[in-house]
Design a protein around this ligand. Sequence first.
Ligand code: PLP
Length: 316
Amino acid sequence: MINEFFSHARTALKVGLANLNIPKKSKLLLPSFVCNALIYPIVQNELCYEYYEINEDLSPDYKDIHAKIDNNTKAIILIHYFGKPQNIEKMQEFCNKMDLILIEDNSHGYKGYYKKKEIGTFGYFGISSPRKFLNVNCGGVLHLNHLKLINHNINEKYKTNKLRSFLIQNILNKFPKFKSELKKIISKKPNFLDPLEFHENEIQDKLIDSLSLKIIENTNWNNLRKERFNNYLKWQKFCFDKKLEPIFDNIEEGVNPWCYPVYINSLSEKKQLLEWAYKNNKYLFTWPSLPLDIINSENSSFKRWQKILCFSTLKF
Ligand SMILES: Cc1ncc(COP(=O)(O)O)c(C=O)c1O
């Protein structure tokens, strides 16, 4: 297993796709519930894509996938939403049968394990986004299972603001409450109910910077995983008491959950919870920033987005 570090997971995907050696205009299947940042690397590689549907528990809808496969379909992206592993064996078997390349997206669960193997390392290649778990400038990983040598011409490192990093790592992180309050003063209140609030623009291809890499490598991921797991269980209890509808039944030990997600049908309840979280320095958020075509079509993925609320496992 080789791990290559880039500034972002989307850059890792771009490089992974470029090294697949599949013809231009080949079709890639990806779930319709996806962040818009993932579309750029596909288009930049001159590949086509089609969305497949997912079920209420965010597992792939195999019937729909079947219907979307044609002679031009070469690969499929499987997203382990919020760090919870999908049924990987089922997808591997399906890909073998249909002659598809499996790409795993574990951007929400870096260093999580499924049956004692790191998630993101089962597919032909996988991507993860450790930056989502730490206060680092950047950090996206390409996990290479079969591709031994990877070609890319990215040489420039992500520009780190060293003073900012020093302040965050050495001072602000030691006083989380103060940090949250300060954030409220210096940045505007995010509007989590606006589907375009977190729309991602295209970024330049960069490697990870040395400081971010050092922080990622020096992190005790076992401890971080345990802490995130415990916070997940606490939020699970909190949501159970509030009678909020869980998306997942249970969670296996070894995973590194990014958040505890629920469905909320009432907009006013969602607003109330977001307001409560903002006031009490808890971190609740909506996900994802969907691709524009999905937002504009107001299809089932958009409706799912309207219902979903995520309780960050960063803290309880
Ligand atoms: C499922 C998923 N994959 C990939 C990405 C891209 O990760 P990065 O921001 O590190 O490029 C995101 C970002 O939000 C994501 O949610």
